[in-house]
Design a protein around this ligand. Structure first.
Ligand code: PMM
Length: 251
């Protein structure tokens, strides 16, 4: 199971906003993660915390591209966390080798074709709308069934656009248009998602449903979640701290 380390180069991400918000601190954090054995570094320049405003394409790219270029020669796998085809394209040109799209191709009509043309793995996350609106979209009769069927639509759309099966990874998007109960239902039925036959990524690290009174205060619960998922057949976890998750998986 892979450990994807989060590097949010944003002033306002919910767990680590502002912490790595300069070129120097971001590159330093990436080198720390490499030392700790990270498998993939997921670099994002736009916060997706509930209620967040969008940033411009120029602002997003000016945050992430210099850092990706700087890290390209380290050999570490870099994914670009973006909903924009143009940012995905620029990031892959700079050295990223995976695209992580929290909108699963819904936010930018050019994204799926772009991912197919770039021939890099593409992560399609379950998403129902922009961060500003997502809390009001958390309505389900059967969250597991609906997330699976909406992900199946994104899988079909990705294949129709030319993304190959080998290059497609899926993610149920914990916390995106989902309340705590929805997230736990998904975790309880993670096997149903694995059964879809695509590598599955789970990003629960430091999210509110884990309890605790601050993102940092959810660290122990985040590691417990990784341990719980470690026997479920998932492909990877997307986490803020690398070393404790690698150690938990080794045990
Ligand atoms: N969560 C966030 C951002 N990007 N990408 C994927 N694939 N899955 C997630 O669950 C996910 C994501 C929000 O968390 P952050 O603000 O801590 O990065």
């Amino acid at each position: 199971m892979l450990v994807m380390g989060i590097l949010n180069i944003t002033p306002d991400s919910f767990a680590d906003g502002g912490r790595y918000n300069s070129f120097e601190t971001a590159v330093q954090r990436a080198h720390e993660m490499i030392t700790e054995g990270v498998d993939i570094i997921d670099i994002g320049g736009e916060s997706t915390r509930p209620g967040a405003d969008r940033v411009s394409e120029e602002e997003e790219q000016s945050r992430v591209i210099p850092v990706i270029s700087e890290l390209a020669n380290t050999g570490v796998r870099i994914s670009i966390d973006t909903m924009r085809a143009s940012t995905a394209r620029a990031a892959v040109a700079a050295g990223a080798t995976l695209i992580n799209d929290v909108s699963g191709g819904l936010a930018d009509p050019e994204m799926l074709q772009t991912a197919a043309a770039l021939k890099v793995p593409y992560i399609a996350m379950h998403w129902r709308g922009q961060s500003k609106d997502m809390n009001s979209l958390a309505n389900y009769e059967n969250v597991v069934r609906e997330v699976i069927s909406e992900l199946q639509e994104r899988i079909s759309a990705a294949h129709d656009a030319g993304v190959t099966k080998e290059n497609l990874i899926i993610d149920p998007g914990l916390g995106f248009a989902k309340d705590a109960h929805h997230n736990w239902e998904i975790i309880d039925h993670v096997g149903d998602l694995v059964s879809l036959g695509y590598p599955l990524l789970i990003g629960g690290s430091r999210k509110r449903f884990l309890g605790g009174d601050s993102p940092d205060g959810r660290e122990a619960a985040s590691i417990e979640l990784t341990k719980r998922l470690s026997t479920s057949g998932i492909w990877g976890v997307r986490v803020h701290s690398v070393k404790p998750h690698k150690e938990a998986l080794m045990v």
